[in-house]
Ligand binder design. Structure first.
Ligand SMILES: *Cc1c(COP(=O)(O)O)cnc(C)c1O
Length: 387
């Protein structure tokens, strides 16, 4: 792209209703948010368990910043790896029922790191077509062949696996699809991975905290061990309410990643204060099962109400409850109509989702009240049904 092409590109983005811009939040993550000087009821945060601004987690962050400072100063392999990182890695391994865990600074980097450490030119990565962008980018960077199969189509995946005769194989998949909220058939994937000797990697960014009795995610809910799913990735910035991500797996896998994962080796460790805050969050997630129960009740309330309104729902029992509207301008119009009623739900458009599936990505949090859901349903009625 030449410098003179940039204004043309920006104009085109506007014309196609694809232009993106940031809003400025003036309050913490919570249902009632102050944004760009106005007050909104927000239904677009990934803070599903209401922990991003929890006082105990904030306190752990502040206390640790007071004793350890803010910056970690170096990568994990130099001298940036503190007792707080080490403790959190042990807790994450225990929480997920894996031998070891390794912290990364973001989920994007975790996905890039693990896939590129294992897969290379001549290998094949099998990816659901609705996988998160970071899994797609990780596959492209690895130079392995990237085979994208239709959403949740395990029959197609099986055919492709059976036809691949050379190189190593990896199935890499969202556990809970980030823009649809539906889940993957993990038992089916685990069986295919065993049958065809492929690695299986699941990205549980949206299941961790929300699914499973203890909140350890889809693999806890579905009782799948490290043997069944050797590579588990999850993020800390969504339901867990802090920032960063981790990979959990066998002793050997984690040791191997420490030698080879470039997005772990060549980057500064996350601040110790984040690790300490995350440790407190993990305790709350395991102890306060009411958070998952209340969230499920709100999800059911929303789904029943939306069905009564005749809105088309996605088969999702997670906190992600999208309403697919199709063309970009429809999603934008609905989002704007909701904003006028004091509700913030951003329109999600391509390339985040496939063409003609622009949507309102509604997310629920345990901090929403029943009356918030009622108000949302009324506003959706005005914005979509009556418009
Ligand atoms: C958000 C997300 C990521 C990226 O995690 P960050 O910590 O935000 O970089 C990766 N995978 C999925 C499925 C996600 O939803």
């Amino acid at each position: 792209m030449k410098p003179s092409d940039i204004p043309k590109f920006l104009n085109k983005q506007c014309q196609q209703h694809l232009y993106r811009s940031t809003r400025i939040a003036e309050s913490p993550q919570q249902p009632r948010m102050q944004i760009d000087g106005k007050s909104y009821l927000s239904f677009c945060s990934n803070d599903y368990l209401g922990l991003a601004n929890h006082p105990d987690i904030v306190k752990a962050f502040v206390d640790t910043a007071n004793t350890m400072g803010v910056g970690s100063g170096a990568a994990h392999l130099i001298n940036g790896h503190s007792i707080y990182h080490e403790k959190l890695e042990e807790e994450l391994a225990a929480f997920t029922g894996r031998q070891k865990a390794l912290l990364f600074s973001t989920g994007y980097m975790a996905n890039l790191g693990v896939i590129n450490a294992i897969m290379q030119r001549g290998d094949t990565i099998y990816a659901d077509r609705l996988n998160h962008a970071s899994l797609v980018d990780a596959g492209l960077l690895s130079q392995a062949k990237l085979h994208r199969y239709p959403h949740n189509d395990l029959a197609r995946l099986k055919t492709s696996l059976s036809q691949q005769k050379t190189g190593d194989k990896m199935i890499a998949c969202d556990a809970v699809f980030s823009m649809d909220g539906d889940t993957v058939d993990v038992h089916g994937l685990a069986k295919l991975a065993k049958d065809y000797q492929a690695w299986l990697m699941l990205d549980d960014a949206h299941g961790i905290g929300v699914l499973g009795k203890q909140g350890a995610g889809l693999l806890e809910e579905q009782a799948l061990s490290q043997d069944d799913v050797p590579i588990l990735m999850a993020t800390l910035g969504k339901a867990i309410g802090t920032a960063g991500a981790f990979i959990a797996g066998s002793d050997d896998l984690i040791d191997y990643l420490k030698q080879t994962a470039r997005t772990w080796i060549f980057t500064t460790a996350m601040p110790s204060a984040i690790a300490a805050a995350t440790s407190v969050s993990l305790k709350i997630i395991q102890q306060e099962t009411w958070r998952r129960e209340k969230l499920q009740a709100l999800i059911q309330q929303f789904r029943q109400g939306a069905k009564q309104l005749g809105l088309q729902l996605v088969p999702s029992y997670t906190a992600i409850q999208p309403i697919i509207l199709g063309e970009n301008h429809k999603a934008l119009q609905a989002s704007e109509a909701l904003q006028k009623q004091g509700i913030l739900i951003t329109a999600i458009r391509p390339p985040t989702v496939p063409k003609n599936t622009a949507r309102l990505r509604i997310t629920l949090s345990v901090n929403h009240a029943e009356r918030d859901i009622d108000y949302l349903l009324g506003a959706l009625h005005n914005a979509i049904i009556l418009s």
